[in-house]
Design a protein around this ligand. Structure first.
Ligand code: ADP
Ligand code: TRP
Length: 336
């Protein structure tokens, strides 16, 4: 039986946060521990330079994201773990896919559309003002990441579903026009996990500086939790889950039963301050052992680099086989 392939990446634009963990890292690690899967987990640093033009941030984030994957239980013996930019085959595939991707498909990508909307809202004459080609073509690079290893399942947060659907679309187009070489990938979403909201009320994202970082100290973690937006309801007043983003965070870390209990306590008037203490303790329970390992790992970056290089060698070997078939299918081959 061929094993199911699971693949996902995290962009290297900052320090991983609770949203990255519950949306992608935790489900991907769980899937990688299943006997019947083969997993490809990586640091999306070429995606990083789309959104972030500060070299130091990219560099530091690469270390933080790598240490996070390892601290959360990624076993580099079982998983192909690599840095995107160490696999030049991905960029070659990226170009071939660019040549068959409809421009109209990219016009519909939500990150690009949001940037255009931002220009329109600011009454910019040019709707593409300051929008770079990297952002525009971002879903093609993400497709190359996924298709390069013929992944079946892509664990991602809800904000990435559209991109995985685009990868599916592009794979189908290639298969139809040239040769059936690509698996059609599927986004895998955790049912009980919503897109977590950050401290400013927008999506929690490394790009917005509104996150609760995964591995800050217990004290700082509680301090961040205390900053989560709530309303002015007093202790004793009944509260609904939808009244503060803290509920969805709790839900992402708790069992169904614990979530029901928390809902009941809020309805019975639990004070927001108390709710935050309960949330802080819940987070710490899951994160504390991983935090310790994270701190050990970040103290030894050379060891992380060795792991990444070993992973890259494995990934490249795999990538080469498919890329040669792809090149051949489009007519790029030796003369004889
Ligand atoms: P960021 O927006 O923080 O830069 P990435 O783009 O690196 O995050 O996303 C890495 C993974 O984490 C993706 O699968 C994404 O869907 C998931 N993710 C990011 N933010 C959140 C969030 N707020 N809630 C749930 N999942 C998220
Ligand atoms: N674009 C994803 C994000 O910003 C990160 C990413 C890059 C990714 N390549 C990928 C996720 C391939 C899954 C599969 O969240």
């Amino acid at each position: 039986m061929t094993k199911k392939r699971v693949l996902t990446g995290v962009t290297t634009t900052g320090i991983p946060h609770l949203g990255n963990y519950v949306g992608a890292i935790r489900p991907a690690i769980r899937a990688s521990q299943n006997e019947n899967t083969e997993s490809f987990l990586f640091l999306a640093d070429y995606h990083g330079i789309i959104k972030c033009h500060d070299p130091e941030t990219i560099h530091q984030s690469t270390q933080a994201v790598a240490a996070t994957w390892l601290a959360c239980g990624l076993d580099p013996e079982r998983t192909t773990f690599y840095r995107q930019s160490d696999i030049p085959e991905i960029l070659e595939l990226n170009w071939i896919l660019t040549c068959i991707t409809a421009k109209g498909l990219m016009n519909r990508a939500h990150a690009y559309k949001a940037a255009v909307q931002d220009n329109l809202d600011k009454d910019q004459e040019d709707q593409d003002h300051q929008i770079e080609m990297g952002l525009y073509s971002y879903p093609i690079l993400m497709s190359a990441d996924i298709l390069m290893f013929n992944a079946h399942d892509v664990p991602v947060g809800r904000d990435q579903i559209q991109h995985v659907e685009m990868a599916r679309d592009i794979a189908g187009r290639f298969n139809h026009r040239f040769k059936e070489l690509f698996v059609l990938p599927e986004a895998k979403i955790e049912e009980h996990v919503e897109t977590l909201v950050g401290l400013d009320g927008r999506k929690m994202s490394k790009s917005y500086g509104n996150t609760i970082p995964l591995f800050e100290t217990e004290k700082k973690l509680q301090k961040s939790v205390n900053k989560i937006i709530t309303n002015l309801k007093e202790p004793g007043e009944p509260k609904e889950p939808g009244e503060s983003p803290l509920f969805e965070i709790y839900k992402a870390f708790a069992t169904e039963q614990e979530t029901q209990e928390f809902t009941r306590m809020l309805a019975e008037g639990l004070a927001w301050g108390e709710a935050k203490k309960i949330l802080g303790a819940k987070l710490n329970e899951e994160l504390a052992p991983k935090r310790e390992r994270y701190n050990e790992l970040t103290a030894n970056p050379a060891q992380i680099e060795d792991i990444l290089q070993a992973g890259a060698a494995r990934a490249r070997k795999e990538a080469r086989i498919l890329l040669d078939k792809v090149r051949d299918a489009v007519g790029i081959r030796a003369l004889k």
